[in-house]
Write a protein that binds this ligand. Structure first.
Ligand SMILES: Cc1cc2nc3c(=O)[nH]c(=O)nc-3n(C[C@H](O)[C@H](O)[C@H](O)COP(=O)(O)OP(=O)(O)OC[C@H]3O[C@@H](n4cnc5c(N)ncnc54)[C@H](O)[C@@H]3O)c2cc1C
Length: 400
């Protein structure tokens, strides 16, 4: 397994880090306070070396058409996409919401849709016709146990009629379309579940709450949605006309390719916290006792190594996806380990900086709050550990 990146790719990553620190980070506090995307951050995107979203998907090299472009082995791969995601989030989680073509909905279409659907919906995001897309699986009574969902899709002539209630849909209120998971036959359990593209503006597609008030990552709109006799063309069922092309198993496989990127994003932000603490130590060293300075430096070294492991786990998944190799348990390892380490790192950094870490003077307290979600969404750490246990053959020891 060769995870080395070409000089061209490393140059891009360096530029991205510089951009995310100097152009994006200045808007992080405002985004947190207002729970919305600051105008300045949208403007800052104009100077970003990467215009399209790397989150959860493949990215094309931005300088591909320039005469000076030297093809990189990582070009257009998941390895590149995860590395880019890490560097963009290094500035702040704000990076997650401002890039074009964002949201996991497009990713789902590109993995589960037929050619026409890929061209129309995922392609629309690439071309900039759509800005954001949502993925609505979780319901008020179920998230981890997604197979228990109750939203229904009933065939009516050339249409499907969707009825149900979805919760915690990232970007749901601002999405141009949302991929809604619903059952076409509740008696079939998970085998009856399909994904449907529901465009914004569909009558009966209601935003009950645009943005949940929450601990961190407040700039994401986390929406509660309802579908009341929402009629969509039958060809909006992913994989149409093959009823088995886009079932529940396929949806779970889709998440396998995005979970590693959650590990990468968490690593990027936690690395920013470690680097901020390192600068803080260097600046204040003379006023620290010898004991405090030594303990501080020692802990930062350990955290840096743990983040290196998280980075490796995430890139390993990306590499396996690029090679067409199975990657379910590897994705779960990256998702279970990376966010948990990142959360602990942010908490330790805050502690090491003491009252300054707790203060809004620094972004560490915010990143500590922002990071918590990475261990919850796209399958909690606990659920990932169950998947890993299955690969180890030890699930029998876990409570049902
Ligand atoms: C900010 C935010 C954004 C989100 N975005 C989206 C989105 O875009 N689309 C979407 O569909 N969903 C989204 N979600 C929902 C999220 O994916 C779910 O909340 C998550 O998967 C947990 O599912 P749950 O809500 O059913 O909680 P539960 O499953 O009830 O989990 C509660 C706790 O119990 C633990 N637990 C549950 N079952 C087990 C078990 N068998 N063994 C051990 N521990 C267990 C969990 O690990 C967790 O700690 C989002 C959530 C949040 C907070």
């Amino acid at each position: 397994m060769d995870l080395s990146l070409s000089p061209e790719t490393n140059k891009l990553l360096g530029e991205l880090r510089e951009w995310s620190m100097s152009e994006l980070r200045p808007f992080a506090r405002e985004a947190d306070r207002t729970h919305s995307i600051p105008e300045g951050a949208v403007k800052a995107l104009e100077t970003c070396p990467m215009q399209t979203s790397p989150f959860g998907g493949r990215v094309e090299y931005p300088r591909r058409n320039e005469p000076s472009f030297v093809a990189s082995e990582a070009d257009g791969t998941y390895v590149l996409s995860y590395a880019v995601a890490e560097e963009m989030v290094y500035g702040d989680v704000l990076a997650l919401v401002i890039t074009k073509g964002n949201g996991i909905g497009g990713k789902v279409v590109s993995l589960m849709g037929n050619d026409e659907q890929k061209e129309r919906w995922a392609g629309g995001l690439d071309r900039g016709e759509f800005h954001y897309s949502g993925f609505a699986l979780t319901e008020p009574h179920c998230g981890s146990d997604a197979a228990a969902l109750r939203t229904t899709a009933v065939r009516d002539g050339d249409n499907y009629v969707i009825n149900g209630h979805k919760q915690f849909c990232t970007g749901g209120s601002i999405s141009d379309f949302v991929v809604v998971f619903a059952t076409v036959d509740p008696s079939q359990g998970s085998r009856g579940i399909r994904g449907f593209v529901v465009p914004k503006g569909t009558p009966g597609f209601n935003v009950i709450r645009a943005n949940e008030s929450k601990l961190g990552s407040r700039v994401f709109s986390t929406s509660e949605l309802s579908f009341e006799n929402a009629v969509i063309p039958a060809e909006n069922m992913l994989g149409w006309p093959d009823p088995d092309a886009a079932g529940f198993v396929k949806a779970m496989e889709t998440l396998n390719s995005t979970r590693g990127s959650v590990g990468a994003m968490a690593t990027g932000l936690a690395q920013a916290a470690v680097d901020q603490a390192a600068s803080y130590l260097v600046k204040n060293r003379t006023s620290f006792s010898v004991g405090r300075a030594a303990r501080f430096a020692d802990e930062l070294e350990r955290m840096n190594s743990a983040l290196m492991t998280s980075r490796y786990l995430a890139r390993r998944v990306a590499w396996r996806i690029d090679q067409g190799l199975p990657h379910t348990s590897q994705a779960s390892m990256a998702k279970a380990y990376g966010p948990q380490v990142a959360e602990r790192v942010a908490a330790r950094v805050l502690q090491l900086m003491g009252p300054d870490g707790y203060s809004e003077e620094y972004l560490v307290e915010k990143w500590h709050r922002d990071l918590k979600i990475q261990d919850i969404w796209e399958g909690t750490g606990n659920i990932q550990r169950i998947v890993i246990s299955r690969a180890l053959g030890t699930t029998g020891f876990l409570p049902a």
